[in-house]
Design a protein around this ligand. Structure first.
Ligand SMILES: Nc1ncnc2c1ncn2[C@@H]1O[C@H](COP(=O)(O)OP(=O)(O)OP(=O)(O)O)[C@@H](O)[C@H]1O
Length: 570
């Protein structure tokens, strides 16, 4: 609730209050003019000319009322538009700021659903709930005061019956809160299931599970339909109850007025008529509030969900404002520890990597090699200890300065939906066409590009042409050639690449390493043995480091690793 409220500006609130104060005045004026005109024509036998000014006045009041209703709606719509845009920006900012450990936890489908559907559900709060709340706190009160001044008995009837509407609203509100939470969860599950299934369709088909997944999607879709119908059921019951209460109340007022007018002769016709015209206006304002309250409840639930999503916190890195003076930098790990959960994944790691070094990280699966690269890259925060870059604490550096120095070639580089050109240029936004072409050439992408009808402009990624594992690696290399980083982190593909791609990779990395430090999670004997320094990791610890020659003598684990790769005597 407070999140949604925080997007309501004071100016919009003042505008809404002014519009509804004016609107309340118009309602009273309209009833007065109708009573006056009818009384003049039917009881005082006035001519058309006698009342023509009042008629013009009535038309103007009615038009103004319509204009005020439109203005109130317009304020609500622009409030909703601005708030939704800000909410989406806040969410995107939050998601992009999340360290990869948190980013990889949540399902993408549910995040997409939060960003699109849940934000959309807040719409009703600004468009209906808020304007109606303002209206309901001004219009009924004004009418009630006027009624008391005219005929206190009618005022008392309204005062006694009116609380039933908020009481019902509160009961229904409690019921809809659970129902709309149910509906939002069902929608989020449905979206998550659908996106995950589409993304994993190949795997599912290979395991013959596509039909099971289809059934699951159908089940989730049914759950969402049932939850929606549940919400609608409550909404219809609520509308029926509101209608009943207001009809009975207006009937009661009419009866009381009729008794006063006909039997006791204690009330004037004009007063009775005036009160009778105002009574429905009183209940209309409350009924509108009740239906707005219903949509508002859904929005408030959505707001809570958004608040939860925004409050989902993981330790993030607070970067400083220092720059790197000399590149490639000297990198020093001093007692660095990192844990995804309770057990440390990197445990008390200390080592120094000299500028221009070619370092290989080896170790059994799950030893923490990739995590080492993530932590050094600044994608995961160090929990204990410090990484020094040229004697400066890493986090004292400016974030953009640090990432400017870095290229990280993962095992499966991401290909964005866009042209090959855009996918390469992403690493250096101000690059010109020749730079991009040269980078593609150095990464040996040119034969592929030349074989395509649209060349560098060929659309790849989602909605475009697919790329093979080797082609993705070359694309990542082209990004690195374009960027010319001073530090290259490379997670060597474990899957067998064809000889040509492997040769290209070797050649490209050695060209890039002429002006950069290269740290590779290495799987191939050649990479390991040609490294200046090898780090041996086991269970998150750095158990040995040195050259191939040194480690063959001193490290049992290293010998075993080489042995398994058939390279102990290489
Ligand atoms: N996002 C994550 N959340 C929780 N635990 C994780 C996460 N990523 C990795 N781990 C765990 O951390 C440990 C180290 O993983 P890491 O990927 O760094 O190992 P690795 O040495 O690179 O393994 P491999 O050679 O198989 O790629 C593993 O036990 C892994 O299960």
């Amino acid at each position: 609730m407070s999140l949604l409220k925080s997007y309501v500006s004071r100016i919009s609130l003042i505008q809404l209050i002014s519009v509804h104060l004016l609107s309340a005045t118009m309602i009273v004026l309209q009833a007065f003019l109708i009573v006056y005109i009818i009384n003049s024509i039917f009881l005082n036998n006035a001519s058309f000319l006698d009342v023509v000014f009042y008629l013009i006045g009535l038309i103007m009041v009615m038009s103004l009322r319509a204009l005020l209703t439109y203005t109130s709606g317009h304020i609500g719509i622009s409030l909703a538009k601005n708030a939704k845009a800000k909410l989406r920006m806040q969410l995107i900012h939050h998601y992009t700021k999340q360290p990869i450990e948190l980013a990889s936890q949540g399902r993408s489908g549910s995040k997409v659903s939060t960003l699109l559907n849940v934000v959309d559900q807040t719409d009703a709060y600004y468009r209906e709930y808020l304007p109606q709340m303002v209206r309901a706190s001004i219009v009924p009160l004004t009418i009630l005061i006027i009624m008391f001044t005219q005929n206190w008995v009618s005022g008392v009837i309204v005062l006694v019956t009116a609380p039933f509407i908020p009481i019902f609203m509160a009961i229904i509100g409690l019921k809809t809160r659970d129902k709309s939470e149910e509906q939002l969860n069902a929608l989020s599950n449905f979206s998550g299931q659908f996106l995950d299934s589409v993304q994993g369709l190949t795997t599912l088909s290979l395991f013959g599970r596509a039909h099971n997944e289809q059934d699951l999607i159908e089940k989730r879709s049914d759950q969402f339909r049932d939850a929606t119908l549940g919400v609608l059921k409550v909404a219809f019951t609520s509308a029926f109850m509101m209608e009943l209460i207001s009809m009975l109340s207006i009937g009661l007022i009419a009866l009381e007025l009729a008794v006063g007018l006909i039997i006791f002769d204690s009330i004037l016709f004009t007063t009775a008529f005036f009160v009778l015209l105002l009574a429905p206006e009183f209940y209309i304002a409350l009924k509108d509030l009740s239906s707005a309250f219903h949509s508002g409840r859904e929005s408030i639930t959505a707001g809570k969900k958004l608040e939860d999503a925004l409050n989902e916190q993981a330790e993030s890195i607070n970067w400083g404002d220092q720059t790197i003076v000399s590149v490639p930098p000297r990198i020093t790990f001093s007692h660095v520890t990192f844990a995804y959960h309770s057990e440390p994944t990197l445990n008390n790691i200390s080592t120094t990597i000299e500028p221009g070094d070619n370092v290989a990280i080896v170790g059994p699966s799950g030893a923490g090699k990739t995590t080492f690269l993530h932590v050094l890259a600044g994608l995961l925060p160090v929990h204990n200890g410090t990484i020094f870059i040229n004697n400066l604490k890493q986090y004292d550096l400016r974030e953009d300065v640090w990432f400017q120095q870095l290229s990280y070639i993962t095992q499966s580089p991401h290909v964005f939906a866009g042209s090959i050109y855009d996918n390469i240029a992403i690493s250096k936004p101000n690059a010109n066409f020749d730079d991009v072409q040269q980078a593609a050439d150095l990464a040996k992408l040119t034969p592929l590009i030349n074989s395509l009808e649209n060349g560098l402009e060929t659309v790849v990624g989602e909605g475009g042409r697919g790329l093979s594992g080797g082609e993705k690696q070359r694309l990542a290399l082209a990004r690195a050639f374009l960027k010319q980083p001073s530090l290259i982190l490379f997670d060597e593909p474990t899957t067998g690449l064809d000889l040509e791609t492997e040769r290209t990779l070797n050649h490209a990395i050695s060209t890039l390493s002429e002006n950069a430090t290269v740290i590779t999670v290495a799987h191939r004997i050649h990479t390991i043995q040609s490294a200046d320094k090898i780090l041996v990791m086991e269970n998150g610890e750095l158990t040995a480091e040195g050259t191939d020659e040194m480690l063959k003598q001193s490290s049992e684990t290293y010998r075993a690793l080489l042995d398994r790769r058939g390279g102990v005597n290489a």
